[in-house]
Design a protein around this ligand. Structure first.
Ligand code: URA
Length: 236
């Protein structure tokens, strides 16, 4: 073997896996992801929300796939500093393919606007599960687990500094807190370099209209102001 040939044995040709941020398992076929919850969703699987949406729209990792009209992936700024996580799509969302477009969504927009936050600039909205649970029931743990890899990929792609957990389902499935939302709402939880805050779900505020000091709407007003203050602090 010539010197030239010997030295060429040390050449390193970067492969797709070696040059991507996280190496994909050998023999892994990403097209199997939407078909079985036993196939994990490795970190770094998606390089765009559109590609992920394509998988979600033919996903049968849990039974919710059998009922959907549209998978509901998210809306808002794809590079927003705040990610807001709801529970799961309702009827309007299933029809439109967009999260929080029904009555809860209208209230949510008002809450964000009260401190000058918009989905154009500051917020990306998603859910724990991407398909509507029948009768708007709470998603089961198995359904949330089957879908969790998609949300983790969204968190990685958007890379928000702040994550707002609207309601107990988001709180339980994303940070593992099983306490009641009234106990922990408004508190910052620092995890993996991000600031998480549990807040009331807008649907809860629609059912509890009181504006009394200490009531749900008043508490939400305190919380959203704290979120804005944290965002301003992180931006300064
Ligand atoms: N409630 C949610 O939690 N998410 C939606 O997208 C709509 C209503």
């Amino acid at each position: 073997m010539s010197n030239e040939e010997q030295i060429s044995l040390f050449d390193v040709t970067p492969t797709a896996a070696a040059s991507s941020p996280v190496a994909t398992p050998v023999g892994f076929d990403p097209d199997l992801i939407p078909t079985s919850a036993k196939v994990p969703i490795p970190t770094g699987t998606y390089d765009s929300m559109a590609k992920m949406a394509e998988h979600c729209n033919r996903c049968h990792r849990c039974d919710l796939g059998a009922y959907r009209t549209n998978a509901v992936i998210g809306r808002g700024n794809l590079k927003a500093p705040i990610l807001l996580v709801g529970e799961g799509p309702g009827q309007t969302e299933d029809e439109t393919g967009l999260p929080f477009t029904g009555k809860s969504g209208q209230l949510l927009e008002k809450i964000l606007a009260s401190v000058n936050l918009t989905t154009e600039n500051d917020v990306f909205i998603s859910n724990i599960v991407k398909c509507r649970p029948p009768e708007n029931r709470v998603p089961t743990t198995d359904e949330a687990n089957a879908c969790s890899g998609y949300l983790k990929e969204q968190i990685r792609m958007v890379d928000p500094k702040i994550i707002l957990l609207t309601g107990a389902t988001a709180m339980k499935n994303l940070v593992g807190i099983k306490q009641g939302i009234t106990k922990v709402r408004g508190q910052w939880i620092e995890q993996d370099g991000r600031f998480y805050m549990p807040i009331f779900h807008p649907a809860y505020l629609l059912r509890n209209q009181s504006r009394d000091k200490g009531g749900p709407k008043w508490l939400m007003w305190q919380d959203i102001q704290a979120v804005k203050a944290k965002l301003d602090e992180l931006r300064s």
